[in-house]
Design a protein. Structure first.
Length: 95
């Protein structure tokens, strides 16, 4: 395993929608309680293998499950690596 990736959404509805999208696409994922160090209104996150980042990003964008933030596991916690905004915000930033 290359490392872990967390995908965090601001609402439970978006998280559960993304969970279904990831499952339908065959991504190996697991919905977990969001770590306390990560700020979000939703208490859930989706854990994936870091090697699935590109596919997960494409699925999040194409399904409209936005905004979303991706975090990479690092020693002692999680580091934000990509934030995707809604098309109206027309913002995609690498942190």
């Amino acid at each position: 395993m290359m490392g872990e990736l967390l995908t965090v959404f601001p609402t439970t509805h978006l998280t559960l929608t993304a969970e279904k999208v990831f499952g339908n696409a065959g991504l190996n994922h697991r919905t977990i309680m969001k770590p306390r160090r990560i700020s979000s209104d939703c208490g859930l996150a989706i854990r994936l293998d870091l090697s699935q980042l590109d596919q997960a990003r494409e699925l999040v964008q194409s399904s409209g499950c936005l905004p979303a933030t991706f975090y990479q596991s690092v020693s002692g916690g999680w580091k934000p690596i990509l934030h995707l905004e809604t098309p109206e915000g027309d913002r995609k930033s690498v942190v």
